[in-house]
Ligand binder design. Structure first.
Ligand SMILES: [Zn+2]
Length: 64
């Protein structure tokens, strides 16, 4: 059994692929690898990224 998670774009019915994507959040931008639909560009943001990375950014802002 492999642990490889495969996600399918609900619109295009194709597998999401890992892609380096630029995000903007609270006026800051950063690059990270996320699963993205190669057809329509839909990006899947895992919960841990949303919680971890976004919290990091928020912390940086608070420190200023
Ligand atoms: Zn798609």
């Amino acid at each position: 059994m492999t642990e490889k998670k495969t996600l399918i774009c609900y619109q295009c019915k194709v597998e999401l692929e890992m892609a380096k994507t630029c995000f903007e959040y609270l006026g800051l931008s950063f690059h990270t690898n996320v699963l993205k639909c190669p057809k329509c560009g839909l990006v899947f943001i895992p919960e841990d990224l949303a919680k971890g990375r976004m919290a990091e950014v928020e912390k940086q802002l608070e420190d200023k």
